[in-house]
Design a binder for this molecule. Structure first.
Ligand SMILES: [Fe+2]
Ligand SMILES: [Fe+2]
Length: 300
């Protein structure tokens, strides 16, 4: 039994005008900071729309069973940006494979964005799955013989320098209950934040998942075999280690200039083969780059 996934992340699309009560949301100091950041970000993501169009062609042409998006669709999380990103990705386009999506910290920038579920509304057709109760996350979706579990690790932040995440005890509790309902098959978590950065190191204080230890231990208890994520814009794979009971894969930013790429995973039974495909500016298309593979071993 084979399942083929496309994993992409951190596309950071934006739109002008942002609209929607921008003056109400940001004070002068904040908007200055936003402008500075948006300018720098704009340069790094100046090809993002073209790369996203190329990505959508990949989705349509490479026989994927499922598209997997690990968050940061936008620069600032405005509803206008979220709609734009979802439209450019083809969310809701019935000719594309089904998708699964979790928000990134940038998608929850705007006050009330989490409560009002702006992300979930824009990505509604990529939110289908089994849930415990009415909370949006976690949810699980079976693709072939593989369980994909969408876990939200992003949260709104109010300090300029704060890019931290949190899964939260309540969501971890729901995850335990959800996992108890799932039948056999490899279990793969899809989340925005890494548990650990390169070299199995803990992320810097203002960039990390606060409750990474609790999240790691809970998903291990739930028999999870793999954690897929973004947030860090360089791609990397971590094998299991003393502080990590299962592998993790960061696909990096799919649209940031010269870091652009996404991953194709072919899962045969309990074996995963990954191919990293990178964007080629000259041809405007993706081409094969690195490859990696490992066994998905049951942890409990
Ligand atoms: Fe990002
Ligand atoms: Fe992020």
């Amino acid at each position: 039994m084979t399942v083929k996934l496309a994993h992409f992340s951190d596309i950071h699309l934006t739109v002008r005008p942002l609209g929607w009560r921008a003056r109400d949301v940001f004070n002068k100091r904040t908007s200055g900071w936003v402008n500075l950041n948006a300018l720098g970000r704009g340069l790094r993501f100046k090809h993002a729309n073209d790369v996203t169009a190329a990505l959508r062609k990949e989705f349509a042409s490479r026989d994927f069973d499922q598209l997997v998006f690990s968050g940061d669709a936008t620069a600032l999380g405005f509803p206008s940006e979220l709609k734009e990103a979802a439209t450019r990705l083809g969310v809701g386009d019935a000719t594309l494979p089904p998708g699964i999506a979790v928000p990134g910290n940038h998608d929850l920038y705007v006050r009330h964005s989490a409560r009002d579920r702006f992300f979930e509304e824009a990505f509604a057709s990529w939110q289908h799955g089994q849930r415990i109760g009415t909370d949006a996350y976690p949810f699980a979706r079976k693709v072939g013989h593989v369980w994909l579990i969408a876990l939200n690790s992003a949260k709104p932040t109010f300090l300029f320098w704060d890019a931290t995440g949190r899964v939260g005890d309540a969501q971890l509790q729901r995850l335990r209950a959800l996992c108890a309902t799932l039948d056999a098959g490899p279990r793969i978590v899809v989340s925005h934040y890494p548990l650990l950065k390169e070299g199995h190191q803990v992320e810097p204080r203002w960039h990390r998942l606060h409750d990474w230890r609790a999240a790691r231990d809970t998903v291990a208890e739930c028999g999870v075999n793999l954690w897929l994520h973004g947030h860090r814009h360089h791609w990397y794979v971590l094998p299991p280690a003393a502080n990590l009971p299962f592998p993790t894969i960061c696909t990096g930013s799919s649209t940031q200039t010269n870091r652009w790429g996404y991953h194709e995973y072919r899962i045969d039974g309990g074996h995963l083969k990954g191919v990293r495909r990178v964007y080629d500016l000259a041809t405007g298309a993706f081409i094969d780059a690195e490859q990696f593979d490992f066994d998905l071993q049951r942890q409990v």
